[in-house]
Design a protein around this ligand. Structure first.
Ligand code: HMG
Ligand code: MG
Length: 298
């Protein structure tokens, strides 16, 4: 039997926008967060505290965190790749921080300029400092299903890096298909290995939809009992260090599927479509979400 309730984390303001060439204003980012929480999202990944030279779009991280109107029942997370990022993030009061490692050495180098082992060493004090401040730590595991530089990634690698993340105290693991090449059985194999180190309630799926497999992969994850997923409103996004990678699975598409399965998300699909239409208007192109396009065409 499938889970009866699913928690969705909308990563659109961060993963969705980080790759946009034209700067999106701080006010528009805050408005997107406002519309997502109005639609019922309880977890929102707002921004990242990374080098502005590497990811210029996230340079207004402090301003965005100051501009959002917080609700007590919503959790706001931010990416922090190192202590410098964490120190900049702490005064902005995130509810959760995200460290991000990769199952592939080559991607680790391209994305965060260090080896997997070095990244774990770097994260350890970040996790400690976050915990000392009472902040939960999520770990993202990129390239868990494939790497743009190394190709196929074995489940052994997923298990190994998941274990390293757990060993430094990471509370929750997001198994990420950065380039969207995963297919359902492979996703299950990767998740089963990650489950050796993280319990079901602290494991999530983060599926980019590059090859159109993300919904099938979410369904396959549900079959294992996984009940937390990242998604990006309107299907925004891509990773600047994974050429050709498209956005995360669209939150609208996930909500439509879960509604059909009778699985509760607490998200109002019409308001979510409004949020997607808003940010798509800002970006000057239609939503990638098939559900959003169908709803808007009615
Ligand atoms: P580095 O160059 O190795 O770092 O970058 P460094 O410590 O040698 O510092 C170099 C410069 O960066 C210095 O400035 C530092 O102060 C500055 P300079 O002296 O040259 O003026 N710096 C920082 N500035 C602001 N905030 C910081 C920070 N750290 C150093 N936190 C670093 C290492 C990790 C910083 C860099 O590689 C970086 O910022 N990478 C960006 C990675 C990124 O944001 N990728 C996209 C997000 S991950 C993702 O999308 C995947 C995910 O969605 C899951 C999936 O789908 O796979 C999560
Ligand atoms: Mg991603």
């Amino acid at each position: 039997t499938l889970p009866t309730r699913v928690s969705l984390v909308d990563v659109g303001p961060r993963d969705g926008l980080q790759n946009e060439k034209e700067p999106v204003s701080t006010a528009h980012k805050a408005q997107l967060v406002a519309m997502l929480q109005a639609a019922g999202l309880k977890e929102i990944e707002v921004t990242s505290f990374v080098s502005p030279k590497w990811v210029p779009q996230m340079a207004d991280n402090v301003a965005v965190m100051a501009a959002i109107e917080r609700r007590a029942d919503v959790r706001y997370s931010v990416l922090t790749p190192n202590l410098k990022g964490l120190e900049a993030a702490l005064p902005t009061r995130p509810d959760e921080i995200v460290v991000f490692a990769a199952a592939s050495e080559a991607f680790s180098q391209k994305n965060i300029n260090c080896s997997i082992a070095e990244s774990i060493e770097r994260f350890a004090p970040v996790v400690q400092a976050a915990h000392a401040a009472g902040i939960k730590v999520r770990g993202a595991l990129s390239c868990a299903l494939g790497c743009p530089y190394e190709g196929e990634i074995s489940p052994d690698k997923v298990e190994r890096v998941a274990g390293l993340m757990r060993a430094i105290g990471v509370d929750h693991l997001g198994v990420a298909d950065t380039i969207g090449v995963g297919t359902p059985r492979k996703v299950q194999a990767a998740l089963e290995r990650a489950l050796k180190h993280f319990p079901l309630q602290e494991l999530s799926g983060h599926f980019h939809d590059t090859y159109g497999q993300a919904l099938a992969n979410i369904y396959a994850s549900l079959e294992l009992g996984v009940h937390t997923f990242d998604a990006s409103v309107a299907g925004l996004g891509g990773c600047p260090y994974a050429k050709g990678a498209t956005g995360n699975v669209a939150t609208e598409d996930v909500v439509f599927m879960l509604n059909g399965l009778g699985i509760e998300t607490g998200v109002d699909l019409d308001k979510l479509v409004d949020a997607g239409a808003f940010i798509s208007g800002v970006l000057g192109r239609p939503p990638v979400s098939r559900v959003a396009r169908a709803v808007l065409a009615k």
